[in-house]
Ligand binder design. Structure first.
Ligand code: ATP
Length: 231
C-alpha cells in the first residue's frame, strides 16, 4: 500500500471563509508490514487516515494505491479487497439480525442459500455469538454488536483488514477474543486504537497529531512519543 503526498482538506462550511481546512497534512508512506497500529489523540486524524486506505475518503492532493490500485480510479475493487470495521458497529450492520448480516456478507462468495446459512452459523459460533443469531441488532450490547461487525467483515476474508478502534466497547474476555482472532489472521491489519498496550504489540506504529504524522516506526518508541505529546 502506497500513499504519495496524500492530504485531505475540507471546504469551509461558512461561505465567507475562503480557505479549506486541512484535516490530514500531506503524507507519503509505504505500508508493507503485516501489523500496523495508528495511535493519537481524539481528532488527530486517525479515522480520516484509515478511510483514505479503503477509498471511503479520497485524497484532496496526491494518491493512495492499494496493491497497485488507485482508490480514485478503482474505488470498487479497492473496497472489495479492504475490509473495514467501523468504530460504531451500527454504521455498518445493515440487516435486522447478526445471522442475516453475515449471510448478506457471504453473498459475495458463490454459495447456496443453505451453505450461506451454515457458514453464518459457524462464524457466529466462532465468535461466541450463536445464541444471538436471531436477535435484533438493536437488542445486542455495544460489545456484542462490535464483535458481530467484525465477524461480518471477516466472513468474506478480505485481502487487507482496516479496523477503526475495534475494541472500544469490548470487555476483557472479548478483547482477548478479538486479539486472538486478529493474531491468527494471515492478512495485513491496520488498526487504530487508544489501547497503548495493544499498539505496542504491533510491528509498526504511526502516531498522528493534529492531522499530521509525527512518528513512524518502532512500537515502543511510538507509544513513548505519544505519551510525551499527551503531556
Ligand atoms: N467530514 C468532515 N467534516 C469536517 N470535519 C471533519 C470531517 N471529518 C473529520 N473532520 C475533522 O478532522 C479531524 C480528525 O478527525 P478524525 O475522525 O480523523 O480523528 P480521530 O483521530 O479518528 O479521532 P477519535 O480518536 O476521536 O476517533 C477532527 O477535528 C474532525 O472534526
Amino acid at each position: 500500500m502506497e500513499l504519495a503526498q496524500a492530504s485531505v482538506s475540507i471546504p469551509p462550511s461558512d461561505p465567507r471563509i475562503k480557505e479549506s481546512k486541512t484535516i490530514l497534512a500531506p503524507l507519503s508512506l509505504t505500508l508493507t508490514q503485516q501489523r500496523i497500529a495508528v495511535i493519537g489523540a481524539n481528532g488527530s486524524g486517525k479515522s480520516t487516515f484509515l478511510r483514505l486506505i479503503n477509498g471511503l475518503v479520497l485524497p484532496t492532493t496526491g494518491t493512495v494505491e492499494v496493491n497497485g490500485r488507485s482508490t480514485h480510479r478503482e474505488a470498487a475493487a479497492v473496497r472489495r479487497s479492504v475490509g473495514f470495521v467501523f468504530t460504531d458497529p451500527l454504521s455498518q450492520l445493515v440487516m435486522p439480525t447478526p445471522q442475516e448480516d453475515i449471510e448478506l456478507s457471504l453473498r459475495r462468495a458463490k454459495l447456496s442459500k443453505k451453505e450461506r446459512r451454515e457458514q453464518a452459523l459457524a462464524i457466529l459460533h466462532e465468535y461466541r455469538l450463536e445464541h444471538l443469531a436471531q436477535s435484533s441488532i438493536y437488542e445486542l450490547s455495544g460489545g456484542e454488536r462490535q464483535l458481530t461487525a467484525l465477524a461480518t467483515v471477516l466472513a468474506v476474508v478480505p485481502d487487507i483488514l482496516v479496523l477503526d478502534e475495534p475494541s472500544t466497547l469490548l470487555d476483557l474476555r472479548n478483547t482477548r477474543l478479538l486479539m486472538e482472532r486478529l493474531a491468527a489472521l494471515p492478512q495485513q491489519i491496520i488498526l487504530s486504537t487508544h489501547d497503548l498496550a495493544l499498539a505496542a504489540t504491533f510491528e509498526r506504529v504511526l502516531v498522528m497529531d493534529q492531522g499530521a504524522l509525527v512518528f513512524d516506526g518502532d512500537p515502543h518508541q511510538g507509544v513513548a512519543a505519544y505519551r510525551e505529546l499527551a503531556g
